[in-house]
Design a binder for this molecule. Structure first.
Ligand SMILES: NC(=O)C1=CN([C@@H]2O[C@H](COP(=O)(O)OP(=O)(O)OC[C@H]3O[C@@H](n4cnc5c(N)ncnc54)[C@H](O)[C@@H]3O)[C@@H](O)[C@H]2O)C=CC1
Ligand SMILES: Nc1nc(=O)c2c([nH]1)NC[C@@H]1CN(c3ccc(C(=O)N[C@@H](CCC(=O)O)C(=O)O)cc3)CN21
Length: 290
């Protein structure tokens, strides 16, 4: 099923779309556990699962298509395959799209990709809108895109970023997933601006349960997410207590999701970091809201 159909169906039920994101583990040992991770995550019945590709700029051994195929065929859940284009040329992207067609995978998330000083860029694609245009010529895929409630780190200002987003959507994107954020007011303000700009596709609110100190620092530098004072206080108090930080981080995320759903967002996308126990605690906390 294509992603826009999932949004339409859930809207008729008066419910938000709930989705997860996972990444293909880099370490061989973790890759062997991926079946258990998938099984536990799929037991929580998300509406779709997105699988990253070269997350954070890595070009680690790419198992994205293989994992997406399992999600679809073994668990009956719709996968979205991330595709990043900065480090690939058209032939390489076409070959991945051919693998997707062969696997019956209909949904892709078209991304530019993170810069990585250790990996040279190729020059067929410079921005995600160019990848969107290319995918459109290669078959009948539903194409999703990324968006940035706190603006993309490289964008000079929020207006320029929204103009670029409009260009990307006009190229053929029919669903957006937001960068993770911790302050819902920032998301609501951004959502309103997208509608004023004439962007009318559903937007998933991206949330990440932060459960350890190193992860928080990485997310702030890699994603440009601002930590609200209320959250900083919690992180500071429990930075040296793993279990307490986990409880506090989960409570924050659940609270954030409850407010998003009460505000009628189109969907909530949980960056699970391949942690089914964390995803389960969140889903238990919102079981009757989705
Ligand atoms: N690997 C993965 O699974 C994920 C990666 N990301 C990363 O987030 C970052 C951004 O990716 P996208 O949103 O796809 O990038 P994008 O190409 O839509 O935007 C990137 C930057 O370029 C600007 N821009 C966009 N189109 C432009 C144009 N035609 N002319 C001039 N400027 C333009 C934007 O304002 C923004 O600052 C990347 O670093 C991406 O890899 C985000 C989520 C998941
Ligand atoms: N700029 C940007 N790039 C991304 O790749 C990205 C975003 N933003 N925002 C949303 C999600 C978050 N993503 C992430 C974030 C962190 C890891 C991470 O910690 N990766 C570990 C791999 C651990 C393992 O292989 O087991 C790493 O060390 O890179 C992965 C995906 C992917 N997405």
């Amino acid at each position: 099923m294509k992603i826009p159909q999932i949004f339409e169906a859930k809207k008729k039920e008066g419910k938000p779309v709930l989705s997860f994101e996972i990444f293909p583990p880099k370490k061989e040992a973790a890759l062997q556990n991926i079946d258990e991770t998938l099984s536990l995550l799929c037991d929580l019945h998300p509406d779709f699962i997105s699988v990253t590709f070269g997350a954070g700029g890595s070009t680690a051994n790419n198992k994205t298509v293989e994992i997406a195929r399992k999600i679809k065929n073994e668990y009956g859940i719709e996968p979205i395959v991330h595709l990043t284009c900065l480090h690939y040329n058209k032939d390489e992207i076409r070959s991945i799209l051919d693998q997707l067609k062969e696997a019956g995978i209909e949904n892709v998330l078209a991304l530019r990709g993170d810069m990585n000083p250790n990996i040279p860029v190729k020059h067929d694609f410079h921005y995600a809108n160019e990848l969107v245009e290319y995918i459109k010529t290669q078959g009948d895929f539903s194409i999703s895109g990324g968006c940035y409630p706190e603006k993309h780190l490289e964008a000079p200002d929020a207006i320029t970023d929204i103009r670029n987003l409009k260009r990307k959507v006009d190229a053929g994107v029919d669903h957006l997933v937001s960068q993770l954020f911790f302050d819902n007011e920032v998301f609501y303000d951004f959502y309103e601006k997208t509608r004023i700009a004439g962007i009318d596709v559903p937007i998933d609110a991206g949330v990440m349960p932060v459960t350890n100190r190193a992860q928080i620092e990485r997310m702030v530098t890699m994603c440009g997410a601002t930590l609200p004072v209320k959250f900083q206080k919690v992180l500071h108090k429990y930075e040296n207590n793993k279990e307490a930080l986990l409880d506090a981080g989960l409570a924050y995320t659940i609270n954030q999701i409850v407010d998003l759903i009460a505000s009628d967002v189109d969907g909530v996308h949980i960056y699970t970091m391949n942690n089914p126990a964390v995803a389960k605690r969140i889903c238990d906390g919102i079981r009757n809201l989705v």
